[in-house]
Each structure stands twice: as C-alpha cells, then as structure tokens.
Design a protein around this ligand. Sequence first.
Ligand code: GRF
Length: 196
Amino acid sequence: MKTKKIVVFASGSGSNFKALHQAAMKKEIPARITALICDNPDAGALTYARDHDIRTEVISPRGFVDPETYKKKLDEILDEESPDLIVLAGYLKKIPDEIVERYPRKIINIHPSLLPKYGGKGWYGMRVHRAVINNREKETGCTVHYVTQDYDEGPVIARVKVPVSEKDTAETVAAKVLRQEHVLYPKVVRFLLSNT
Ligand code: GRF
C-alpha cells in the first residue's frame, strides 16, 4: 500500500506537530509528514522539523507583493507534495479560499475549545482559556474539524471535554486542554487516513 502523506501548517511552538510526528514514527499513524509550512521564521515547529529532516517552507502572505503570488507559491508546494491530508496545527493565518476549494475534506484544524463556543476570528490561544475562566464555564475542551472558508466553522470531526474546577486558572486549563489535543489529534488523523 502506498504510504500516505501529510503536510502540516504551524505558526508556533508546534507541540501538536511534534505529537503527530511522533505518532507517525511509532506507526500509530499510517503516513509520513513530508513538509511543514510555517509563516513565522522563529517558530519552534521549524526547529523540530529541521532536526527531523522534514521539508520546511517559511511562507507568509506578508512576504509577497500580492495575494495571488502568495497563493500560487502555496499551491506549488502542495502540488509537489500531493498530500493525502493537510493538518493545521496552531496555524494562525487563514488558508486562502482557493486552496480550501482544491482540497475538499482534506484540510483539518484543531481548536482549543468546544466549538462553536469560543471559535471564529480572534478566538485563539490564551484568549479562549481566559474567557472560559471569566465566564465560569464548568467544562471546556478541544475540537477537530474540517476547514472551510469560515474560521472554525467547518464540520466537527471529534471533540474531547475537559472539566474546569474552581481552582483552575487560564494557565492550568490551557495545559490540560493541550494535553488532550496531543492525544486527540493523532487519533483523528489515524482514523481519517485509515478510512480514505
Ligand atoms: C493549540 O492550542 C491548538 O488548538 C491551536 O493552536 C495551539 C497550537 O499549539 N490551534 P502548538 O503550537 O501545537 O503547541
């Protein structure tokens, strides 16, 4: 059977990217991560990818004279890689609509809340966890969903709930949710690639 290919997009520390790569190395995911696309030249994800001989591409819409050239470059990289799955792991830029259309049900994202709560433009990182604490939520969690043209609105694939206690702070909640993400994301990727 042909080994499947994954391209990951990340902007930050890349702990989900690492969890996915480690799962692939242990053959828990039937695929190889062949490339990391990153918009931030200082991202920890890049260091990890370089240390593990994964192709890296640093590309940000800001680095291009116009959006068309940026899209063309992204398209070229994806064409070269021809991924079976595109995984957004803490990627803060919007994927251009044309790319989303070209890869229907092949782009997924993980979000640190129980979507649709605390999702959409402007909801990311500690903002989400602070709002969960300020609103005295009893539970939060993480959601994996397909990427569509609207932020965090694509069909939900899986969610994991995390209880919030009175002793929790935004920081403790963030850590608990992230731990669950590292378990959930590889499971979902394995499920999707085993069923396509
Ligand atoms: C995660 O919380 C994820 O849900 C969100 O961005 C964060 C990325 O964290 N989309 P990391 O870079 O994988 O550590």
